[in-house]
Design a protein around this ligand. Structure first.
Ligand SMILES: C[S@@+](CC[C@H](N)C(=O)[O-])C[C@H]1O[C@@H](n2cnc3c(N)ncnc32)[C@H](O)[C@@H]1O
Length: 224
């Protein structure tokens, strides 16, 4: 690894490193968001995606109960803790996560039938924000990857509609320019506003986008 005149860090391809992992390492080392995350104490550069989404849509202020789907390593949870220090936060991930003060973490598959009840039990009541940064592990087959990710988004949305407080917010990572039309229609039926955004921290070359649905209209049982 060596510096260049321009301040960029170059990485020499070590014998055991593939060209792909060399590119990844070089990108990490030169990524301003990675540097910022390190300096500002965030566990992931993903933290800035949530901060930038919140700058645009202002959904964090005053939240009381938050569900964080796909929490690891915990950047989003840290952002929520800073923005709303009194909020109860429960997160779930397949991967183990180092503890975060004030955050309950479930090591569990969100697709497990027991996950929704466990999340709400730990939270102690209905959330006013459900956020998902879950991404399926890609298998390199674009249709399969897209389907697996859409299944996560669909399940996260169904969960949000099932548990959110009226007025609540659903934020989710989606792919390929946005959620598909059936999913957007479902969001529009249930939320006052549905917006797509690609925050500056989301890498330009990635197919990742986010959807922000605000003003949950409530379940018909809430209105009865
Ligand atoms: C991009 S990372 C989340 C980054 C996080 N928002 C942050 O700021 O640190 C996506 C996470 O989703 C998790 N994930 C994917 N599928 C999941 C599932 N079915 N249940 C729980 N977590 C899942 C992955 O393990 C991964 O840690």
């Amino acid at each position: 690894m060596r510096g260049t005149g321009s301040g960029r860090t170059r990485v020499k391809t070590a014998r055991k490193r593939t060209a792909q992992s060399t590119r990844w390492l070089e990108r990490q080392l030169n990524d301003p968001y990675v540097k910022r995350a390190k300096a500002e104490g965030y566990r992931s550069r993903a933290a800035y995606k949530l901060l930038e989404l919140d700058e645009k849509f202002a959904f964090l202020k005053g939240v009381k109960r938050v569900v964080d789907l796909g929490l690891a390593p915990g950047g989003w949870a840290q952002v929520v803790r800073k923005a709303a220090p009194k909020a109860a936060v429960v997160g779930i991930d397949l991967l183990p996560v180092d503890p975060i003060d004030g955050v309950t973490i479930l090591l569990m598959d969100f697709m497990d039938d027991a996950a929704p009840d466990r999340l709400i039990e730990e939270l102690g009541g209905a959330p006013d924000l459900v956020m998902s940064d879950m991404a399926a592990n890609t298998v390199g087959h674009p249709q399969t990857d897209a389907l697996r990710t859409m299944a996560l988004v669909e399940t996260a949305l169904a969960f949000a509609i099932d548990v959110l407080q009226p007025g609540g917010t659903f934020v989710s990572k989606v792919f390929a320019g946005g959620a598909d039309s059936a999913l957007v229609a479902e969001m529009k039926r249930n939320f006052a506003t549905v917006k797509h955004a690609k925050p500056p921290a989301s890498r330009k070359g990635s197919v990742e986008w986010f959807v922000v649905a605000q003003g949950f209209k409530g379940r018909s049982s809430d209105q009865a």
